[in-house]
Design a protein around this ligand. Structure first.
Ligand SMILES: *Cc1c(COP(=O)(O)O)cnc(C)c1O
Length: 435
């Protein structure tokens, strides 16, 4: 029997290769405190969810108050203040033209809801449109629908037979954006798809691949011209990550359907929403019960999660929050600058509060050994960084200080030194990179 036969099966974890989990007992702001007395800087916001910092006092208080008042209620046929207030505030903050909010519990679920809304819309208005167009390298979650519209690879190879077919347009590599737009136009015209789903401005799990707002705007225009529903998956990009509250603001577009999750509760509790335009709701609005939107989960709009989201939305009304986002973006821009001249790195890039850079190694790709090696190296230096293959990215909570960032980037610098010493880096001229 293998030594590391863990009773708990951790996500995205190969238990035969990872002997020990970091035991965390407390979170505070940008820091995690471990059982063995270490203080770790959370440089990836606990996988992109913790926006204002761990255990933000206003969010903690909101959770405590709501937990003692009403902590669960079936949401079919019932409603409550936290959900009503979150929905009203979301519709104020979201791009104009979105009029309805559907609650769920995770980013993956919010994507499933978006796809079902799109298919339900066409079904209910009596038009035969069923296919989905996606972007290369996308990630939309690990459920069957989410995997179907996401990149195919080693992560979902075993489940391939369950996944539905989609049409993929290339990622808009810098200088080749027109190829993406042409492919999308062709797909929209020839296939008459139901919807196009895309992560606006940054493809997260695909490797923090960034593309400009004008491409996003053009993609929306192309979809609109063929009445293809435009689904924006802002699960990662929402809540200030790209510098604005939502990424779509930068392209000045209103998607037909949009998904928010991750930072919606400031990272304190699981919650997600799918917002849509009135015509999508209206296509389901009927005295005919067969046109109902058939989707539910036990904890839809859980009151405690909604109270956390309400507190988060209150924080976003405080100008200080946007100032923190701007400050982090400026710090990131400054911190990655020296790496642009470092021959050991390539594709040094930044959008808002997210910075990413690729180590020039022959050992590239998500499953490359370099990922776990780097992770272990950073863990020893009390940094929570989880590279995506040879892509190192920094996505701190907005309470991080300049000193925190200095420590993070010094760690990255040292990792490159250590790898170079072992001859694990390729420092010759880099090949064309994706962004
Ligand atoms: C994280 C993520 C998801 C899935 O969200 P979960 O809450 O992990 O289910 C979907 N889309 C994008 C863009 C994400 O980054």
């Amino acid at each position: 029997m293998p030594k590391n036969r863990s009773p708990i099966w951790h996500p995205f974890t190969q238990h035969a290769l990872q002997d020990e989990m970091t035991r965390v007992v407390r979170g505070n702001g940008a820091y995690l405190h471990t059982a063995d007395g270490r203080r770790i800087i959370d440089a990836i916001s606990s996988r992109w969810v913790v926006t204002h910092g761990h255990c933000h006092p206003r969010i903690v208080r909101a959770i405590q108050e709501q937990a003692g008042k009403l902590n669960q209620i079936i949401f079919a046929g019932h409603t409550h203040d936290p959900a009503e207030e979150v929905a009203a505030q979301l519709l104020k903050f979201a791009p104009p033209g979105l009029e309805h909010v559907f609650f769920s519990d995770s980013g993956s679920a919010s994507v499933e809801v978006a796809l079902k809304m799109a298919l339900g819309y066409w079904h209910n208005i009596g038009e035969q449109r069923v296919s989905i167009v996606v972007m290369q390298h996308s990630y939309h979650g690990d459920t069957i629908g989410g995997m179907s519209v996401g990149a195919r690879g080693v992560f979902n190879e075993a489940y391939g037979p369950l996944l539905f077919d989609v049409t993929s347009v290339p990622f808009p590599v810098r200088g080749h954006e027109q190829d993406t737009l042409d492919a999308l136009e062709l797909a929209c015209r020839n296939e008459i798809p139901a919807a196009f789903i895309v992560e606006p401005l940054i493809l997260g799990a695909g490797g923090m691949l960034m593309y400009p707002a004008w491409v996003l705007k053009e993609m929306k225009r192309i979809c609109e011209a063929s009445s293809v529903l435009f689904i924006a998956d802002e699960v990662m990009t929402g809540w200030g990550r790209t510098g604005t509250l939502f990424a779509c603001e930068q392209a000045n577009i209103t998607p037909d359907i949009v998904c928010y999750s991750k930072g919606i509760t400031g990272g304190a509790l699981p919650l997600a929403v799918t917002l849509c335009r009135a015509d999508i709701f209206d296509a389901h609005y009927s005295r005919d019960r067969t046109r109902t939107f058939f989707h539910s989960s036990s904890y839809t709009a859980n009151p405690v999660a909604c109270a956390a989201a309400r507190a988060n939305l209150e924080l976003w009304q405080d100008p200080n929050t946007r100032q923190r986002v701007a400050a982090i973006a400026a710090m990131q821009e400054k911190a990655i600058e020296p790496f642009r001249a470092d021959a050991r790195f390539e594709s040094v890039r930044q959008t808002g509060t997210i910075a990413a850079l690729d180590l020039k190694t022959s050992d590239a790709g998500y499953l490359a050994d370099i990922g776990p090696k780097l992770q272990a190296f950073f863990n020893k230096r009390n940094l929570l960084l989880r590279p995506l293959g040879n892509t190192i990215y920094v996505m701190p909570p907005y309470c991080a200080t300049e000193a925190d960032l200095d420590e993070i980037y010094a760690g990255i610098w040292n990792a490159a030194d250590a790898l170079a010493e072992r001859g694990a880096l390729r420092v010759e001229k880099p090949s064309a990179s994706v962004c």
